[in-house]
Design a protein around this ligand. Structure first.
Ligand code: UD1
Length: 360
């Protein structure tokens, strides 16, 4: 079996790591195509080196642009690559513009497409990720769902016959790296200046278009973080830096200590060393849950609703209007045990079994 994986943005590289490792154990040809949607070293290269992912076979170097430009350029660049490879499966990941472009290029060439992390929904049609997920699920031939909830969404959209529950590959990688960090196999994370790793601190990230692209909203979110009584390690995505500079918004103030995005193991270590997480990232909400730290999510909804049970994760769309914002963001970890809604850490192997079983 020959499979082409199409990736381009940071969260896809995290999901690629366990998949590439599982392919390496099998008699399969795995071709990695990097679209170049993310090009900063901190968002791309360190994930390949840090997670032991083989270098991409093809790099398209697409870079930034409006949604249409970025998706269109990727689509055009992928056509000849997929035509030359003619794989048994094109595997697309998550919900980025690279995911949608990969899916369109493949279906137009009658190449079977499998969507990893299928069936997630925010039901917020203003999110670019929601368009990408819905369109990808409806175009793909095989839907690899991470959770029962995702399976229910797919069934509700008439896609049950194409769907398989495989579990979440992010559990595979998160727990493996957690164990390595706890064994001391990784250097200490480079936390922002001013964060004492021995004292309580929060980990924060902010990058979603809904939060960064409106100056008033971004200002309110940054003010709320700066007002917290606990130091906040703000690991800044380039989009957050670009937008705050554009709006003349100072990030390094009050409780906030700004640093670069961390490599994956560094992020796991930073979360393990923290008293909690405040974020708008999907992946980080789940990592906080898997690592047992309370999470506060600066959004109106979450695709990972399982984290919301027992107060492990709380949605706070507007911190400045929330009377107990400080108490919420600094609340201790709940005592309730966490279940295993995201699977047993062997999802990547199940993905490969499912691809083999459904091969044309
Ligand atoms: C993308 C995904 C989002 C995912 C996120 C993870 C889409 C629609 N969104 O958002 O779902 O959660 O990746 O990080 O695909 N930039 C750089 N260097 C880079 C990459 C981006 O400076 O390496 C800056 C550019 O100013 C660019 C902006 O960030 O215009 C947005 O980048 P883009 O890849 O379009 O989306 P993300 O916000 O990273």
């Amino acid at each position: 079996m020959k499979v082409v994986s199409i990736v381009g943005a940071r969260p896809q590289l995290v999901k690629l790591a366990p998949i590439a490792a599982a392919f390496a154990e099998r008699d399969c040809r795995h071709v990695i195509v990097h679209t170049g949607q993310h090009y900063d070293v901190d968002l791309s290269d360190v994930f390949f080196s840090g997670l032991g992912i083989p270098a991409p076979d093809v790099h398209l170097g697409i870079g930034s642009g409006s949604h249409g430009v970025q998706t269109g350029r990727t689509l055009a660049a992928l056509d000849p690559v997929l035509d030359a490879e003619r794989p048994d499966w094109v595997l697309v990941y998550g919900d980025t513009n690279s995911t949608l472009a990969g899916t369109l290029s493949a279906v137009k060439q009658h190449l079977p497409v499998a969507h990893l992390e299928a069936g997630l929904r925010s039901f917020n049609r203003r999110m670019p990720e929601e368009h990408n997920r819905v369109l990808t699920d409806h175009a793909a031939d095989l839907l690899l769902a991470p959770t029962e909830e995702a399976m229910r969404h797919l069934a509700a959209e008439g896609l049950a016959a194409r769907s398989t529950l495989v579990g979440d590959v992010m559990v595979d990688i998160c727990l493996r790296i957690r164990d390595a960090v706890e064994r001391g196999d990784h250097p200490r994370p480079e936390l922002p200046e001013g964060i004492d790793p021995q004292a309580p601190y929060l980990v924060s990230t902010l990058h979603r278009a809904e939060n960064t692209d409106d100056p008033a909203r971004l200002t309110a979110l940054v003010d709320a973080l700066a007002d917290l009584p606990v130091p906040v390690a703000l690991l800044a995505h380039p989009r957050l830096l670009a937008k705050s500079e554009e709006y003349g918004l100072k990030l390094n103030r009050g409780a906030l200590h700004v640093g670069r995005p961390l490599p994956y193991a560094g992020m796991v270590a930073a979360v393990l060393g923290s008293v909690g997480v405040v974020t708008d990232s999907g992946g980080l909400q789940k990592e906080a849950y898997l690592l047992g730290r309370p999470c506060t999510t600066l959004r109106t909804e979450s695709e990972w609703i399982e984290t919301l049970g027992d107060d492990w994760n709380r949605l706070v769309p507007d911190p400045h209007t929330l009377a107990d914002w400080v108490a919420t963001a600094t609340r201790p970890a709940p005592e309730a045990p966490r279940g295993t809604p995201y699977g047993d850490g062997r999802a990547a192997h199940r993905v490969i079994e499912t691809l083999l079983a459904h091969q044309a």
